[in-house]
Design a protein around this ligand. Sequence first.
Ligand SMILES: NC(=O)c1ccc[n+]([C@@H]2O[C@H](COP(=O)([O-])OP(=O)(O)OC[C@H]3O[C@@H](n4cnc5c(N)ncnc54)[C@H](OP(=O)(O)O)[C@@H]3O)[C@@H](O)[C@H]2O)c1
Length: 355
Amino acid sequence: MEICRLPSQPAVVNLQQRQTAGIYPFKTPEFPPYIKCSLGDESSTKNPDSKNRMFILGMGFVGKFLAADLKSDGWEVTGTCTSTARKKELEEMGLHAHIFDANEPQQEILDILKFHSHLLISVPPVLGVGDPMLRHKELLKKRLKDGNLQWLGYLSSTGVYGDSGGALVDEEFPPSPTTELAKARIAAEEGWLHLACDGRVTAQIFRLGGIYGPGRSAVDTILKQEPLSKGQKMRFSRHYTSRIHVADICQALKASIQRPSPGKIDNVVDDDPAPREQVFKFARNLVEEKWPGHISSNNSAEEAKSLIPQGASRGEKRVSNKRIKMELGVRLLYPTYECGLRSIIERIENPFGVS
Ligand SMILES: NC(=O)c1ccc[n+]([C@@H]2O[C@H](COP(=O)([O-])OP(=O)(O)OC[C@H]3O[C@@H](n4cnc5c(N)ncnc54)[C@H](OP(=O)(O)O)[C@@H]3O)[C@@H](O)[C@H]2O)c1
Protein backbone atom coordinates (compact mmCIF):
# COMPACT_ATOMS: atom_id res chain seq x y z
CA MET A 1 0.00 0.00 0.00
CA GLU A 2 1.34 3.41 -0.92
CA ILE A 3 1.64 6.30 1.42
CA CYS A 4 -1.30 8.44 0.58
CA ARG A 5 -1.44 12.01 1.70
CA LEU A 6 -4.32 14.05 0.38
CA PRO A 7 -4.99 17.47 1.79
CA SER A 8 -8.46 16.67 3.03
CA GLN A 9 -7.87 13.04 3.98
CA PRO A 10 -5.89 11.28 6.65
CA ALA A 11 -2.58 9.78 5.61
CA VAL A 12 -2.68 6.01 5.40
CA VAL A 13 0.51 4.04 5.88
CA ASN A 14 1.01 0.31 5.94
CA LEU A 15 3.72 0.20 8.53
CA GLN A 16 4.52 -3.46 7.94
CA GLN A 17 5.26 -3.03 4.23
CA ARG A 18 7.35 0.04 4.83
CA GLN A 19 9.35 -1.79 7.42
CA THR A 20 9.86 -4.83 5.17
CA ALA A 21 11.01 -2.49 2.43
CA GLY A 22 13.63 -1.16 4.88
CA ILE A 23 12.20 2.34 4.95
CA TYR A 24 12.18 2.48 8.74
CA PRO A 25 13.63 3.78 10.93
CA PHE A 26 13.13 7.40 9.92
CA LYS A 27 15.99 9.73 10.61
CA THR A 28 13.86 12.83 10.63
CA PRO A 29 10.40 11.99 11.85
CA GLU A 30 7.79 13.16 9.41
CA PHE A 31 4.64 12.24 11.11
CA PRO A 32 1.34 11.97 9.32
CA PRO A 33 -1.63 13.05 11.39
CA TYR A 34 -3.37 9.73 11.11
CA ILE A 35 -1.60 6.45 10.54
CA LYS A 36 -3.43 3.30 9.68
CA CYS A 37 -1.67 0.05 10.37
CA SER A 38 -2.92 -3.00 8.57
CA LEU A 39 -3.07 -5.60 11.36
CA GLY A 40 -3.59 -8.60 9.08
CA ASP A 41 -5.25 -11.89 9.98
CA GLU A 42 -3.10 -12.72 12.97
CA SER A 43 -4.90 -10.08 15.05
CA SER A 44 -8.01 -12.27 14.89
CA THR A 45 -6.25 -14.93 17.00
CA LYS A 46 -6.52 -12.58 19.99
CA ASN A 47 -9.51 -13.10 22.15
CA PRO A 48 -11.60 -9.90 22.22
CA ASP A 49 -14.13 -11.50 24.55
CA SER A 50 -11.71 -12.07 27.39
CA LYS A 51 -12.16 -9.96 30.51
CA ASN A 52 -10.92 -6.41 30.28
CA ARG A 53 -7.51 -6.24 31.89
CA MET A 54 -5.42 -3.08 31.76
CA PHE A 55 -1.66 -3.03 32.28
CA ILE A 56 -0.29 0.45 32.97
CA LEU A 57 3.43 0.93 32.45
CA GLY A 58 4.10 3.81 34.84
CA MET A 59 1.22 4.17 37.27
CA GLY A 60 1.97 7.83 38.01
CA PHE A 61 -0.53 10.70 38.22
CA VAL A 62 -2.60 9.80 35.15
CA GLY A 63 -2.01 6.07 35.47
CA LYS A 64 -3.26 5.98 39.05
CA PHE A 65 -6.35 8.02 38.23
CA LEU A 66 -7.20 5.83 35.24
CA ALA A 67 -6.58 2.68 37.26
CA ALA A 68 -9.08 3.76 39.93
CA ASP A 69 -11.60 4.74 37.26
CA LEU A 70 -11.32 1.44 35.36
CA LYS A 71 -11.40 -0.57 38.56
CA SER A 72 -14.72 1.03 39.49
CA ASP A 73 -15.97 -0.06 36.04
CA GLY A 74 -15.04 -3.68 36.85
CA TRP A 75 -11.65 -3.91 35.11
CA GLU A 76 -8.67 -5.81 36.48
CA VAL A 77 -5.81 -3.31 36.63
CA THR A 78 -2.11 -4.00 37.02
CA GLY A 79 0.61 -1.42 36.85
CA THR A 80 4.21 -0.55 37.52
CA CYS A 81 6.04 2.01 39.62
CA THR A 82 9.64 2.52 40.67
CA SER A 83 9.52 2.53 44.47
CA THR A 84 8.24 0.40 47.34
CA ALA A 85 6.41 3.37 48.87
CA ARG A 86 4.50 3.87 45.65
CA LYS A 87 3.80 0.14 45.34
CA LYS A 88 2.29 0.12 48.83
CA GLU A 89 0.11 3.13 48.00
CA LEU A 90 -1.17 1.44 44.83
CA GLU A 91 -1.84 -1.86 46.57
CA GLU A 92 -3.83 -0.03 49.22
CA MET A 93 -6.04 1.15 46.37
CA GLY A 94 -6.69 -2.50 45.46
CA LEU A 95 -4.43 -2.44 42.40
CA HIS A 96 -1.82 -4.99 41.40
CA ALA A 97 1.51 -3.18 41.41
CA HIS A 98 5.03 -4.22 40.45
CA ILE A 99 8.29 -2.39 40.88
CA PHE A 100 9.75 -2.04 37.44
CA ASP A 101 12.67 -0.22 35.86
CA ALA A 102 12.21 0.45 32.15
CA ASN A 103 15.99 0.64 31.76
CA GLU A 104 16.38 -2.95 32.88
CA PRO A 105 13.00 -4.58 32.38
CA GLN A 106 12.43 -7.82 34.27
CA GLN A 107 11.27 -10.59 31.94
CA GLU A 108 8.79 -11.96 34.47
CA ILE A 109 6.97 -8.65 34.62
CA LEU A 110 6.89 -8.36 30.85
CA ASP A 111 5.41 -11.86 30.81
CA ILE A 112 2.44 -10.62 32.85
CA LEU A 113 1.66 -8.31 29.92
CA LYS A 114 0.51 -11.29 27.89
CA PHE A 115 -2.45 -11.82 30.16
CA HIS A 116 -3.79 -8.32 29.64
CA SER A 117 -6.10 -7.06 26.93
CA HIS A 118 -5.00 -3.40 27.11
CA LEU A 119 -1.70 -1.61 27.69
CA LEU A 120 -1.12 2.05 28.52
CA ILE A 121 2.39 3.50 28.34
CA SER A 122 2.93 6.42 30.63
CA VAL A 123 6.70 6.27 31.15
CA PRO A 124 8.21 9.45 29.67
CA PRO A 125 11.25 9.58 27.40
CA VAL A 126 14.55 10.63 28.89
CA LEU A 127 16.93 13.23 27.47
CA GLY A 128 19.84 11.60 25.68
CA VAL A 129 18.25 8.15 26.04
CA GLY A 130 14.85 8.37 24.37
CA ASP A 131 12.09 6.02 25.43
CA PRO A 132 13.72 3.60 27.86
CA MET A 133 11.26 0.80 27.06
CA LEU A 134 11.82 1.00 23.33
CA ARG A 135 15.46 0.08 23.82
CA HIS A 136 14.08 -3.36 24.66
CA LYS A 137 11.63 -3.67 21.82
CA GLU A 138 12.60 -7.23 20.92
CA LEU A 139 11.58 -8.33 24.41
CA LEU A 140 8.30 -6.48 24.03
CA LYS A 141 7.44 -7.52 20.49
CA LYS A 142 7.04 -11.20 21.34
CA ARG A 143 4.83 -10.44 24.34
CA LEU A 144 2.62 -8.20 22.24
CA LYS A 145 2.27 -10.75 19.49
CA ASP A 146 1.82 -13.93 21.56
CA GLY A 147 -0.40 -12.56 24.25
CA ASN A 148 -3.93 -11.35 24.41
CA LEU A 149 -3.21 -7.64 24.00
CA GLN A 150 -5.63 -5.86 21.68
CA TRP A 151 -5.12 -2.18 22.42
CA LEU A 152 -2.09 -0.05 23.26
CA GLY A 153 -2.26 3.62 24.22
CA TYR A 154 0.78 5.87 24.38
CA LEU A 155 0.62 9.08 26.42
CA SER A 156 2.47 11.77 24.50
CA SER A 157 2.52 15.53 24.72
CA THR A 158 1.31 18.53 22.73
CA GLY A 159 4.93 19.69 23.08
CA VAL A 160 5.61 17.83 19.81
CA TYR A 161 3.94 20.63 17.83
CA GLY A 162 6.59 23.19 18.74
CA ASP A 163 5.87 26.81 18.00
CA SER A 164 2.88 27.70 15.82
CA GLY A 165 3.10 31.40 16.57
CA GLY A 166 -0.11 31.26 18.58
CA ALA A 167 -2.19 29.60 15.86
CA LEU A 168 -4.64 26.85 16.77
CA VAL A 169 -3.09 23.48 15.89
CA ASP A 170 -4.90 20.21 15.29
CA GLU A 171 -3.62 16.69 14.64
CA GLU A 172 -2.99 17.57 10.97
CA PHE A 173 -0.42 20.19 11.99
CA PRO A 174 3.06 18.80 11.21
CA PRO A 175 5.02 18.31 14.43
CA SER A 176 7.95 20.61 14.71
CA PRO A 177 9.54 19.88 18.06
CA THR A 178 11.81 22.61 19.35
CA THR A 179 13.31 20.78 22.33
CA GLU A 180 15.33 17.57 22.56
CA LEU A 181 12.67 16.09 24.79
CA ALA A 182 9.91 16.86 22.29
CA LYS A 183 12.02 15.23 19.57
CA ALA A 184 12.37 12.18 21.78
CA ARG A 185 8.58 12.17 22.16
CA ILE A 186 8.01 12.03 18.43
CA ALA A 187 10.51 9.19 18.14
CA ALA A 188 8.71 7.39 20.99
CA GLU A 189 5.31 7.84 19.31
CA GLU A 190 6.67 6.31 16.16
CA GLY A 191 8.48 3.54 17.99
CA TRP A 192 5.35 2.42 19.84
CA LEU A 193 3.23 2.53 16.68
CA HIS A 194 5.71 0.35 14.85
CA LEU A 195 6.05 -2.06 17.72
CA ALA A 196 2.29 -2.39 18.13
CA CYS A 197 1.88 -2.94 14.41
CA ASP A 198 4.47 -5.75 14.52
CA GLY A 199 2.69 -7.23 17.53
CA ARG A 200 -0.73 -7.05 15.85
CA VAL A 201 -2.09 -4.63 18.41
CA THR A 202 -4.18 -1.53 17.78
CA ALA A 203 -2.11 1.45 18.96
CA GLN A 204 -3.23 5.01 19.57
CA ILE A 205 -1.36 8.13 20.55
CA PHE A 206 -2.73 10.72 22.94
CA ARG A 207 -1.07 14.12 22.87
CA LEU A 208 -1.83 15.60 26.26
CA GLY A 209 -1.78 19.24 27.26
CA GLY A 210 -0.47 20.29 30.70
CA ILE A 211 -2.00 17.80 33.12
CA TYR A 212 -3.71 18.96 36.28
CA GLY A 213 -6.15 17.49 38.75
CA PRO A 214 -6.69 16.91 42.46
CA GLY A 215 -3.34 17.13 44.24
CA ARG A 216 -1.54 18.62 41.22
CA SER A 217 -2.80 22.04 40.21
CA ALA A 218 -2.14 25.77 40.55
CA VAL A 219 -4.36 25.69 43.67
CA ASP A 220 -2.19 22.97 45.23
CA THR A 221 1.03 24.87 44.39
CA ILE A 222 -0.32 28.03 46.03
CA LEU A 223 -1.54 26.15 49.10
CA LYS A 224 1.86 24.56 49.55
CA GLN A 225 3.30 28.11 49.42
CA GLU A 226 6.37 26.71 47.75
CA PRO A 227 8.41 28.79 45.33
CA LEU A 228 7.79 27.86 41.72
CA SER A 229 10.26 25.43 40.21
CA LYS A 230 12.64 26.65 37.49
CA GLY A 231 10.58 24.66 34.96
CA GLN A 232 7.35 26.32 36.07
CA LYS A 233 8.91 29.77 35.76
CA MET A 234 10.26 29.02 32.31
CA ARG A 235 6.85 27.90 31.14
CA PHE A 236 5.44 31.32 31.92
CA SER A 237 7.29 32.64 28.90
CA ARG A 238 4.78 30.90 26.62
CA HIS A 239 1.71 32.89 25.92
CA TYR A 240 -0.78 30.12 25.42
CA THR A 241 -0.72 26.79 27.16
CA SER A 242 -3.25 24.06 26.62
CA ARG A 243 -4.12 21.97 29.63
CA ILE A 244 -6.37 19.11 30.57
CA HIS A 245 -7.96 17.80 33.74
CA VAL A 246 -6.93 14.22 34.52
CA ALA A 247 -10.58 13.10 34.65
CA ASP A 248 -10.99 14.23 31.04
CA ILE A 249 -7.87 12.32 29.99
CA CYS A 250 -9.51 9.21 31.42
CA GLN A 251 -12.71 9.95 29.52
CA ALA A 252 -10.81 10.25 26.25
CA LEU A 253 -8.85 7.05 26.88
CA LYS A 254 -11.99 5.12 27.73
CA ALA A 255 -13.81 6.48 24.67
CA SER A 256 -10.93 5.44 22.46
CA ILE A 257 -10.90 1.94 23.97
CA GLN A 258 -14.55 1.72 22.96
CA ARG A 259 -13.73 2.81 19.39
CA PRO A 260 -10.26 1.49 18.61
CA SER A 261 -8.66 2.93 15.52
CA PRO A 262 -5.12 1.76 14.70
CA GLY A 263 -2.53 4.49 14.44
CA LYS A 264 -4.84 7.30 15.40
CA ILE A 265 -3.50 10.40 17.11
CA ASP A 266 -5.72 12.48 19.36
CA ASN A 267 -5.02 15.77 21.06
CA VAL A 268 -6.40 15.70 24.58
CA VAL A 269 -6.77 19.28 25.78
CA ASP A 270 -9.57 21.45 27.13
CA ASP A 271 -11.42 24.30 25.39
CA ASP A 272 -9.54 27.14 26.98
CA PRO A 273 -5.80 27.54 26.37
CA ALA A 274 -4.55 30.33 28.59
CA PRO A 275 -1.32 31.84 29.86
CA ARG A 276 -0.11 30.24 33.09
CA GLU A 277 0.09 33.61 34.75
CA GLN A 278 -3.67 33.99 34.27
CA VAL A 279 -4.30 30.51 35.68
CA PHE A 280 -2.20 31.19 38.77
CA LYS A 281 -3.92 34.52 39.33
CA PHE A 282 -7.30 32.81 39.16
CA ALA A 283 -6.15 30.05 41.54
CA ARG A 284 -4.77 32.61 44.00
CA ASN A 285 -8.11 34.45 44.00
CA LEU A 286 -9.94 31.17 44.67
CA VAL A 287 -7.69 30.43 47.63
CA GLU A 288 -8.03 33.95 49.03
CA GLU A 289 -11.80 33.83 48.65
CA LYS A 290 -12.05 30.51 50.50
CA TRP A 291 -9.41 31.13 53.19
CA PRO A 292 -8.91 34.91 53.39
CA GLY A 293 -5.62 36.16 54.82
CA HIS A 294 -3.77 32.83 54.75
CA ILE A 295 -1.64 33.42 51.67
CA SER A 296 1.22 35.77 52.23
CA SER A 297 1.27 38.84 49.97
CA ASN A 298 5.09 38.53 49.97
CA ASN A 299 4.68 35.24 48.19
CA SER A 300 2.44 36.90 45.63
CA ALA A 301 5.00 39.61 44.90
CA GLU A 302 7.79 37.02 44.63
CA GLU A 303 5.62 34.94 42.35
CA ALA A 304 4.86 37.93 40.09
CA LYS A 305 8.58 38.74 39.88
CA SER A 306 9.45 35.16 39.03
CA LEU A 307 6.91 35.08 36.22
CA ILE A 308 8.86 37.52 34.08
CA PRO A 309 9.67 35.56 30.92
CA GLN A 310 13.08 33.95 31.21
CA GLY A 311 15.04 32.19 28.52
CA ALA A 312 13.83 31.19 25.10
CA SER A 313 10.17 30.49 24.49
CA ARG A 314 9.39 26.80 24.16
CA GLY A 315 6.74 27.52 21.54
CA GLU A 316 3.52 29.44 21.45
CA LYS A 317 0.42 27.56 20.46
CA ARG A 318 -3.13 26.66 21.18
CA VAL A 319 -4.26 23.11 20.57
CA SER A 320 -7.57 21.98 19.10
CA ASN A 321 -9.66 19.25 20.73
CA LYS A 322 -12.19 18.98 17.94
CA ARG A 323 -11.25 15.40 17.06
CA ILE A 324 -11.90 13.90 20.51
CA LYS A 325 -15.28 15.63 20.52
CA MET A 326 -16.33 14.77 16.98
CA GLU A 327 -14.84 11.29 16.62
CA LEU A 328 -14.82 9.98 20.17
CA GLY A 329 -17.89 11.84 21.40
CA VAL A 330 -16.03 13.18 24.45
CA ARG A 331 -17.95 15.79 26.43
CA LEU A 332 -15.41 17.43 28.69
CA LEU A 333 -16.20 17.44 32.39
CA TYR A 334 -13.85 20.42 32.84
CA PRO A 335 -13.80 22.42 29.59
CA THR A 336 -12.01 25.36 31.23
CA TYR A 337 -9.31 25.76 33.87
CA GLU A 338 -11.76 27.87 35.88
CA CYS A 339 -14.25 25.05 36.38
CA GLY A 340 -11.45 22.51 36.85
CA LEU A 341 -9.78 24.56 39.59
CA ARG A 342 -13.11 25.33 41.26
CA SER A 343 -13.92 21.63 41.50
CA ILE A 344 -10.47 20.98 43.00
CA ILE A 345 -10.70 23.66 45.67
CA GLU A 346 -14.26 22.64 46.59
CA ARG A 347 -12.96 19.23 47.64
CA ILE A 348 -10.06 20.54 49.74
CA GLU A 349 -10.66 20.68 53.48
CA ASN A 350 -9.04 23.53 55.39
CA PRO A 351 -5.30 23.03 54.72
CA PHE A 352 -4.34 25.62 57.37
CA GLY A 353 -5.63 23.58 60.29
CA VAL A 354 -7.71 26.41 61.86
CA SER A 355 -11.08 27.76 60.77
N1 LIG B 1 2.77 16.58 33.42
C1 LIG B 1 2.29 17.11 32.32
O1 LIG B 1 1.76 18.23 32.31
C2 LIG B 1 2.35 16.32 31.01
C3 LIG B 1 1.88 16.89 29.84
C4 LIG B 1 1.87 16.13 28.67
C5 LIG B 1 2.34 14.82 28.69
N2 LIG B 1 2.83 14.30 29.84
C6 LIG B 1 3.29 12.89 29.82
O2 LIG B 1 2.16 12.06 30.04
C7 LIG B 1 2.57 10.88 30.75
C8 LIG B 1 1.76 10.78 32.04
O3 LIG B 1 1.98 11.94 32.81
P1 LIG B 1 1.96 11.88 34.40
O4 LIG B 1 1.89 13.29 34.84
O5 LIG B 1 0.96 10.90 34.87
O6 LIG B 1 3.43 11.31 34.68
P2 LIG B 1 4.04 10.83 36.07
O7 LIG B 1 3.14 11.09 37.20
O8 LIG B 1 5.43 11.38 36.13
O9 LIG B 1 4.12 9.23 35.85
C9 LIG B 1 5.14 8.64 35.09
C10 LIG B 1 5.24 7.19 35.49
O10 LIG B 1 6.37 6.61 34.84
C11 LIG B 1 7.15 5.91 35.79
N3 LIG B 1 8.53 5.93 35.36
C12 LIG B 1 9.31 7.00 35.11
N4 LIG B 1 10.54 6.59 34.71
C13 LIG B 1 10.52 5.24 34.72
C14 LIG B 1 11.48 4.23 34.42
N5 LIG B 1 12.72 4.51 34.04
N6 LIG B 1 11.10 2.94 34.55
C15 LIG B 1 9.86 2.61 34.93
N7 LIG B 1 8.91 3.52 35.23
C16 LIG B 1 9.24 4.81 35.13
C17 LIG B 1 6.93 6.63 37.10
O11 LIG B 1 7.22 5.77 38.19
P3 LIG B 1 6.91 6.22 39.74
O12 LIG B 1 5.43 6.09 39.89
O13 LIG B 1 7.60 5.24 40.60
O14 LIG B 1 7.42 7.61 39.86
C18 LIG B 1 5.45 6.95 36.98
O15 LIG B 1 4.68 5.85 37.38
C19 LIG B 1 4.08 11.01 30.98
O16 LIG B 1 4.76 10.40 29.93
C20 LIG B 1 4.29 12.51 30.91
O17 LIG B 1 5.61 12.85 30.55
C21 LIG B 1 2.84 15.01 31.01
